[in-house]
Structures are given as C-alpha cells and as structure tokens.
Design a protein around this ligand. Structure first.
Ligand SMILES: [Zn+2]
Length: 251
C-alpha cells in the first residue's frame, strides 16, 4: 500500500447510533470494516489520518446559536471570514470535552496501535466557521492531540486556502502520498466534502461505500454520482468484493 493514505472521517459518538445527536442511520455497520482496515496483519498503510469534528459550545452551525431557528433549517449567515453562505443548522454535536466528540472506542484502540503513522485532523474548531472537510482542519498528534490555538478557535481565522495548500494536503505530500482511501461519516456531508477537497488537491481518491453511511439516502446517491463524475472511484455500499477492489486500485 505504497503512497496510499487511509482517511477515517468523523467516527465519533455523536454521528453514531444509538445515542448520537446527529447519528447516521446504521452508522454502526461500518465499524467492523474500519477495524478490518486497521488490522496491521492485513493492511500496511504508510499514513492514516482520522478527522474529528470538534466544536466550541456556541458554534455557528448549531440551531441553538440562532434562536428561534430549528435544526435542519437552512439559514443565510456571514462567517468569521466575512463570507455569506447558506448554513444547514444542526443539532448540537461533537462539542469539545463531551463524550459525543470522542472517536468511537474500538476504532480509537486500533488507531493507537499505529502510533506515529496516525495523525488527527481537528476541524470545525473555530466558533465562526463551518468546516466539513478534513482538509479544513489542523493536523495534530492522534494519541496526544493539541487544543486549537486562537486562530483556530475564536481569533482572526487562517486565510482560506486552496485544498492543495491545506494543512492535510501539505502533510500528505510531505509523506509522499499520491492516493487516498476515504471511509467514515457522514457520506453526504463530511465524507463528501473531504473527497471533493482530495480530488481538487489532485490525490487519486477512492471512496469505500461499505465503510460509510449518510444522513439521507438521496444525498448519499448524489454525492457518489458527483464524485464519480469528477474522477473519484466509488465502491458501492453493497459491494462485498471491496477488499480485492482496493488492492487492485492500489497497484
Ligand atoms: Zn459539525
């Protein structure tokens, strides 16, 4: 698996049944597959990056920050860079210091074993910026992660950069990575945006459908269609031959 990175997007309790505040339906079904991918007797990833949605309490994306608006309503907002955009409002999720923000335990345990091959991308840490893509986070140690600095929390945010100049892209390039396999939650939001960034940053990008679940079925189908049209490789959710397909694609 030379020059290939595994990106594990937001496998956190708030995105997982049964208690997640923003759970992807049947999200727990992806866990055994991700655990398989993290079995070092079967796979030999030179680089693994897990992303973590990691919000302050009054994050711009929460419906509770904009009363009387309700979760899942669209709302026109101006973010901390002064950009006007339409935010889908979310129930509170992945708040720093809560159980919901933690990476699921069985996956975390497996990741710890990869020690210095695994990094963490923490995103959505700035109070006034939405960030779905792992390419919009800062890179830190997985086992002993750093808390967001002022520019990544509430100060003047870093300038928006093109995906190829983002912290994650720079890290992957520095490690000689050319191809990226993406798994995780949720297919139609953070996985989708991470895949778009990855393709824009010219990484050969594969989405492993059996190891991802979406918030909506329609959104998931649209995401797959769009990513295929942009040159991404998508293995369908029901494909049981994914193991061989990844290895063929990796050659
Ligand atoms: Zn979020």
């Amino acid at each position: 698996m030379d020059r290939i990175a595994l990106l594990i997007i937001d496998v956190q309790y708030d995105f997982l049944p049964p208690s997640g505040s923003l759970a992807a339906e049947h999200g727990e079904e992806i866990l055994p597959i991700i655990e398989d991918l993290l079995d070092e007797t079967k796979w030999d990833w030179p680089v693994i990056v897990a992303s973590q949605d990691y919000h302050p309490r009054d994050h711009i994306s929460f419906a509770t920050t904009h009363p009387p608006h309700k979760p899942f309503e669209p709302l026109l907002l101006k973010d901390a860079r002064g950009t006007n955009y339409e935010q889908t409002l979310w129930p509170e999720h992945c708040i720093q210091g809560t159980k919901g923000s933690e990476i699921e335990e069985s996956v975390k345990e497996k990741l710890d074993k990869w020690s210095d091959k695994v990094k963490l991308s923490r995103k959505g840490t700035h109070i006034g910026l939405e960030a779905y893509s792992a390419f919009e986070g800062y890179i830190t140690e997985f086992s002993n992660p750093s808390e967001p600095t002022l520019e990544w929390s509430s100060g003047k945010p870093p300038e928006s950069t093109l995906p190829e100049q983002s912290p994650l892209s720079l890290y992957l390039r520095q490690k000689g990575i050319e191809k990226v396999v993406i798994v995780g939650l949720a297919t139609d939001f953070c996985v989708f945006q991470t895949a778009l960034s990855s393709i824009s940053a010219s990484f050969d990008t594969l989405l492993l459908g059996p190891a991802m679940r979406g918030i909506s079925k329609e959104g998931t189908e649209k995401a797959f269609e769009r990513l295929r049209s942009m040159g991404g490789t998508v293995i369908d959710q029901g494909d049981t031959n994914w193991n061989t397909k990844i290895r063929d694609w990796a050659k």
